[in-house]
Structure formats: structure tokens, C-alpha cells
Design a binder for this molecule. Structure first.
Ligand SMILES: Cc1ncc(COP(=O)(O)O)c(C=O)c1O
Length: 366
């Protein structure tokens, strides 16, 4: 190619998402209704009926630009979580918040810290701006925050922590996290990615919004893609000190979040029952899956989210299982790109979906 692309861009490993249902239907020749997607940690229950109704009503407003300031969504979030609206920034998915953090606080040659086996987007958004992504070694598949502290240097500008982490599902306790925050120099922005927070039982949640009073360098990101079921609309949000939000807003695209996404998110926030039910179906499904792994003598990483990664003998066998499941219409996710080549990650589905996954997992003759 005659166009010169910076090395740090050509070195990016593209993000590998879960295979879409339509793609599998095309490739394998199975009808779409027969395919079960357990590959992207989506909510198998769909979306709240409140959101469905709001979306139908919003159709007549689609010729207008969305509210670039997401006024009503910020108002709804601030009421629900006792925050000021100037502590909030809305993103086109929480990935947008992660990227905005990198674009706002990092320049070429700066260091960004994240964990081994942590969510892939941290590396991509750091590399995309010429940042130097540094992986802290993990401990037992989980974040090792002492390893993070020992890697901090004058060049460190940003730290990403996923809690729970994807694809390992591991959780850092609030005590350990808070202690970590107290040791990170104030000049470094810490992004606490809580995309799966709604799946945690209350006693395990970090109450991280409370910490914002003490830590002006803390940015919490949340998603509407997981428990709220709005993955296809792309919406998430960030919470931080107003000074931090203000600079991120300078970098944000003016209309980054579409009208439907805003309307659906506002309606979803009112439907506590839907989140409760999603959490309880997820807990039951997680038991169903882990019981099956135990019965089949398969190791897995205990998970606090809506997915679980299980271990096969090696990468070759993991890919044989993956293809066997795929050929039978069950989509899961290989995670070799997370340096976990002998693992597959499966999202928790509805009981019937989990049963079908377990059936094909059990009858894979390898
Ligand atoms: C840990 C983590 N953070 C953030 C995201 C991004 O989610 P979204 O951009 O859909 O909000 C994901 C998606 O899989 C995730 O696993």
C-alpha cells in the first residue's frame, strides 16, 4: 500500500467479536431460528417491555438529531444514583467511554496499564493513539493490583481495571480496589469498567460511585448492553468528577449517542423488575452450566458475570469443540486472543439454550 500507516496502527490486532447469527446461518446452512448465540454476553431475555414501548413511540422523531447532551438520560441516571448531571458522560456503548478516556488523557509514548487476560478494547484504544499498552501479569486469572502498582512509572497516564473482568469473569473485592485507588498517584486516571455490575448481588458491588468524593482521578464506566439488553443500540455511560467529564466532553463526537438508545435507556432504568429477573435467570443458568462442567470433568474459571470460560486440554481440542458446537448451531467464543487458547467462553443463556449447549458439549467425540 502506498499510503503510509503508522506502525502502531498496523500492529493493532483487530477486535474479534462473537459470530453473528445471520453469518452462521449463511455459513453452516442452518435456519436462524435454530441457532443459539452464547458468544457476546448479551441478555438472553431481550429488553425490558418498558424500553420496547418507548422505542415504538420514538419512531416518529427519528428525522431529528438526537439530544447531543442526553439531558433526560443524565437526569434519570442522576436521580437513580444520586449523582450530579455534570458527573456523567454518555457513550455509544461503554466502549466509547473507554476510547474517550484514552483519547483525552493519553498521548503518543505514554503508558497505559491493564491486566493480562483483560478486556481486549483496552489494548486497542491505547495502541490506536500511539500509547504504550503495558500488561500487568495476572494472578490466578484475576487482576493482580500489586503488579499494577509496581509497573507505574512517570509515563503512566491511564489504568484500566475490569470488574468483573471479561473473559475471565473474575471479581476484585471492594476492599482491595479501594486500597489500590489510595495508592495510585492522583495524576493517573483510573478507569473502573463495571460493564457487568448489574449481575452482581448487592453485597459484592463496589459502591464505586461513593468513591468519587475521594478520588478525582476515578472514572467508572457502565453499560446498557449487558443486563439491560440494549447491546444493539450501543449505549453506556461514564461517571467521574465534573472536571474530568468536562475535558472528555471536548473530545466526544457531538451526536455520539442516537435517539433510540437514549429513549430505551431512560425507560429501562425504571424497570427494576427486569434487572432482578435477568440476574436471577443468570444465577440459575450459571449453576446449570457449572454443574454440567463438573459432571463432564471440565475445569472453568468461577465467574461473577453472565458468562464463564471453561478449559479443554489444549487449543486444538478447544477449536474442535468450538466447531462441533458451531456446526450444531451453538455459537460460543474462542479466547486465544486473550492468551487463553485452551479455553472457550460461553455466555449464560435461557435454560433451554443452556441445555442445548450442554447436549452438544457432552456428545463431542474427541
Ligand atoms: C468488560 C467489558 N467492558 C466493556 C464492554 C463494552 O460493552 P459496550 O460497548 O457494549 O457497552 C464489554 C463488552 O463485551 C466488556 O466485556
Amino acid at each position: 500500500m502506498s499510503i503510509e500507516v503508522p506502525n502502531y496502527i498496523s500492529n493493532i490486532d483487530p477486535y474479534q467479536g462473537g459470530k453473528p447469527i445471520k453469518e452462521v446461518a449463511r455459513e453452516i446452512g442452518i435456519s436462524e431460528e435454530k441457532i443459539i448465540k452464547l458468544a457476546s454476553n448479551e441478555n438472553p431475555m431481550g429488553i425490558s417491555p418498558f424500553a420496547k414501548k418507548a422505542l415504538k413511540n420514538a419512531l416518529s422523531e427519528v428525522h431529528r438529531y438526537p439530544d447531543g447532551n442526553a439531558y433526560y438520560l443524565k437526569e434519570a441516571l442522576s436521580k437513580k444514583f444520586f449523582l450530579d448531571t455534570n458527573q456523567l458522560i454518555i457513550g455509544n456503548g461503554s466502549n466509547d467511554i473507554l476510547e474517550l478516556a484514552a483519547r483525552t488523557f493519553v498521548t503518543r509514548g505514554d503508558q497505559v496499564l491493564y491486566s493480562e487476560h483483560a478486556f481486549a478494547v483496552y489494548k486497542i484504544v491505547s495502541q490506536a493513539i500511539g500509547g504504550d499498552g503495558i500488561e500487568a501479569p495476572s494472578a490466578n486469572y484475576s487482576h493482580d493490583l500489586d503488579a499494577f502498582l509496581s509497573l507505574i512509572s512517570d509515563k503512566t497516564k491511564l489504568i484500566f481495571i475490569a470488574n468483573p473482568n471479561n473473559p475471565t469473569g473474575t471479581l476484585i473485592s471492594k476492599k482491595i480496589l479501594k486500597n489500590f485507588l489510595s495508592k495510585v498517584p492522583e495524576r493517573i486516571v483510573v478507569v473502573l469498567d463495571e460493564a457487568y455490575d448489574e449481575y452482581l448481588e448487592d453485597s459484592l458491588k463496589s459502591d464505586s460511585f461513593e468513591w468519587l468524593k475521594d478520588y478525582k482521578n476515578l472514572l467508572i464506566s457502565r453499560s446498557f448492553s449487558k443486563a439491560y439488553g440494549l447491546a444493539g443500540l450501543r449505549i453506556g455511560y461514564g461517571v467521574a468528577a465534573p472536571e474530568l467529564i468536562e475535558v472528555m466532553n471536548r473530545v466526544r463526537q457531538p451526536f455520539n449517542v442516537n435517539h433510540f438508545a437514549q429513549i430505551a435507556a431512560i425507560a429501562s432504568l425504571d424497570d427494576e423488575n427486569f434487572i432482578e429477573e435477568s440476574r436471577s435467570i443468570n444465577n440459575l443458568g450459571m449453576k446449570q452450566l457449572t454443574n454440567a462442567f463438573n459432571a463432564l470433568n471440565l475445569k472453568f474459571i468461577p465467574s461473577y458475570a453472565n458468562f464463564v470460560s471453561f478449559k479443554l486440554e489444549d487449543e486444538k481440542i478447544a477449536m474442535m469443540y468450538y466447531h462441533h458446537l458451531l456446526n450444531n448451531g451453538v455459537i460460543v467464543r474462542p479466547i486465544a486472543n486473550y492468551d487463553l487458547p485452551e479455553f472457550l467462553r460461553v455466555s449464560v443463556g435461557l435454560q433451554r439454550e443452556n441445555e442445548i449447549f450442554i447436549k452438544y458439549l457432552s456428545n463431542c467425540n474427541i
